[in-house]
Design a protein around this ligand. Structure first.
Ligand SMILES: NC(=O)C1=CN([C@@H]2O[C@H](COP(=O)(O)OP(=O)(O)OC[C@H]3O[C@@H](n4cnc5c(N)ncnc54)[C@H](OP(=O)(O)O)[C@@H]3O)[C@@H](O)[C@H]2O)C=CC1
Ligand SMILES: O=C(CO)COP(=O)(O)O
Length: 331
């Protein structure tokens, strides 16, 4: 595997990952679609649009030429928003070297196809090793060289282990998994639940309600993802429970911040990317079609579509039939 790493997507997460790898001695090219933005980053050594004030590694190469940026890359990290990942992947499909490994770092479910990010990569790159990198990792923390741990999942454990060895460093600890589906569903679903947690916070419903929401959110995340083929151990790990806890507890999460704005009745038009908004819709329809009980996801979807308001959502959730906590209905 060549030592060059190419990161596609120069938003908060792509920039943070690229800088993390470069600051730890890797040869890294960061590609972004906007030439003026890339020139600004090249000149300033910062990404003030997405990571205000953070000084990036001086060891980074910036590019706005997609195919040139991936030339000779051993690893390509795809870090554009989930709904654009298939499009970005398609653009490079005919141009990558035979040994190149492609890793999704996006969290979502494709609205057009219902595919996970990993399923998209398997479809578009049938002859390449593909993987998903996911876990509790705010871009600002990684870009600030704070310690972070994530999961890297690939179908073959040896591929996941090799990627962990290639990408781990003193600031980033990567754990290997062979459950890419589980890692993808955990990362996608936690965003919907983080919106719900943000609503609880923004509406000042109290710390007890937030703890209950996070716990029942985890039960729901497990129920949905297990029904779709994920492994239980994966969902209890960094990419499931770990990321859910992170994003259900901090306004640094854009999904949580989005929910908090809803809870406070604020204008949503200037909000940053909140992947959970689109995921709520597709996750709700997947759950409905597969007869999976997902009350929180359904409530977030109904709220976002405007068919119920926050008070109605709370009343609806609190009035659900009583049940065993482990999911067994009382006799
Ligand atoms: N931020 C974080 O802490 C983390 C994010 N993630 C995940 O990473 C993914 C990306 O998030 P993040 O970087 O934070 O998002 P940002 O909103 O910060 O940045 C998105 C980037 O993608 C670019 N972009 C948008 N559409 C396209 C397109 N069609 N083709 C190419 N580039 C495009 C944007 O370019 P432009 O500026 O020109 O619009 C921008 O550079 C998401 O799925 C997110 O869930 C995962 C872990 C942590
Ligand atoms: O996924 C993330 C941290 O792991 C980032 O969360 P947000 O997209 O909600 O900001």
């Amino acid at each position: 595997m060549s030592n060059k790493i190419t990161v596609l997507g120069s938003g908060a997460w792509g920039t943070a990952l690229a800088s993390n790898q470069a600051v730890n001695g890797k040869t890294v090219t960061l590609w972004g679609r906007d030439p003026a933005q890339m020139q600004l980053m090249r000149e300033s050594g910062r990404n003030d649009k997405y990571l205000s004030g953070v000084q990036l590694s001086t060891n980074l190469t910036f590019s706005d030429d997609l195919l040139e940026s991936i030339s000779g890359a051993g690893i390509i990290l795809l870090v554009t928003p989930a709904q654009t990942l298939a499009d970005t992947a398609q653009k490079i499909a005919g141009s990558i070297g035979s040994g190149t490994v492609i890793i999704s770092c996006a969290k979502g479910i494709d609205q057009n196809t219902g595919e996970t990010m990993g399923q998209i990569l398997h479809r578009i790159f049938p002859n390449h090793q593909v993987a998903t990198l996911s876990g509790p990792s705010f871009a600002i923390d990684v870009a600030s060289n704070l310690p972070t741990a994530v999961t890297i999942a690939a179908d073959e454990t040896k591929t996941a282990l090799a990627l962990c060895a290639a990408l781990s460093n003193k600031n980033l600890r990567c754990y290997a998994s062979n459950d890419q589906l589980g890692v993808d569903y955990g990362g996608a679903l936690k965003n919907v639940l983080a919106i719900a947690a943000g609503i609880v916070h923004g509406r000042s419903l109290g710390a007890s309600a937030l703890a209950a929401l996070t716990t029942r959110g985890f039960a729901e995340l497990q129920r949905v993802a297990l029904a779709l083929g994920a492994q239980a151990e994966t969902l209890s790990g960094l990419s499931g429970f770990g990321d859910l806890v992170l994003t259900c507890s901090s306004e640094k999460s854009r999904n949580f911040a989005y929910g908090a704005a809803i809870g406070r009745g604020e204008d949503l038009t200037q909000m940053k990317l909140a992947e959970g908004v689109k995921t709520a819709q597709i996750a709700a329809s997947i759950a409905q079609n597969n007869n999976i009980d997902a009350p929180l996801i359904f409530a977030v979807n109904e709220l976002l579509s405007g068919s119920i308001n926050v008070d109605e959502a709370i009343a609806q959730l609190m009035a659900r039939p009583l049940k065993s906590e482990a999911g067994i209905k009382p006799a």
